[in-house]
Design a protein. Structure first.
Length: 190
């Protein structure tokens, strides 16, 4: 009888040890990103301007927002003017021709910098009006749906950014670039 109890105790201990080895010591609680709040969806603007040209546009995905960056190398933060707002449709400056942009809502993103060399008129950003932005792939983005070039006219360059819905955004000018972040939701969690 003692031998049977000893065998059972050994089996129970072995099973407990194997079970403990198969499970983590403690399970980490699931976390949800706490996203910034306080952004709005109304016009954001700065009337500064620069002659430094736009050279590139890039995008990025983050836990709480999608990011749109317009590179203007050599421009100081205080010289980078912009205007970002929701519009019914994007129109090409000068001609007024519509630029179709897909999405539940459309952000007009204007930067007060040319997309051409002011001295020669040669393009510095290889985009075509009405076409998707070169090098920008929005596959897998939670908020962005489309990004189109709307032209560069009289020292200003315009883009149409199609988003899932009218969502809060913020604009941050930095040395050499203007950053537009569009939140994934209106709430404080991702």
């Amino acid at each position: 009888m003692t031998r049977t109890r000893t065998a059972w105790a050994a089996l129970v201990l072995a099973g407990t040890a194997l079970g403990a080895a198969a499970l983590p010591a403690h399970a980490a609680p699931a976390t949800t990103a706490v996203c910034p709040t306080g952004w709005g969806s109304l016009l954001e603007t700065d009337t500064s301007a620069t002659a430094e040209p736009v050279t590139q546009v890039r995008t990025g995905r983050h836990a709480c927002y999608d990011r749109f960056v317009i590179d203007v190398p050599g421009a100081a933060r205080d010289d980078l003017g912009y205007s970002v707002q929701y519009v019914d449709r994007i129109q090409q400056d000068g001609s007024g021709r519509p630029v179709p942009v897909d999405g539940g809502a459309v952000l007009e993103v204007r930067v007060a910098a040319p997309a051409y060399d002011p001295g020669t008129g040669a393009p510095t950003y290889p985009a075509q009006v009405g076409h998707p932005l070169p090098g920008v792939d929005l596959t897998g983005y939670r908020t962005f749906r489309d990004a189109r070039f709307a032209g560069s006219f009289e020292g200003e360059t315009k883009f149409g950014l199609g988003v899932r819905a009218r969502l809060p955004f913020r604009v941050t000018p930095l040395d050499g670039r203007v950053v537009v972040d569009v939140a994934h939701t209106w709430t404080a969690s991702g």
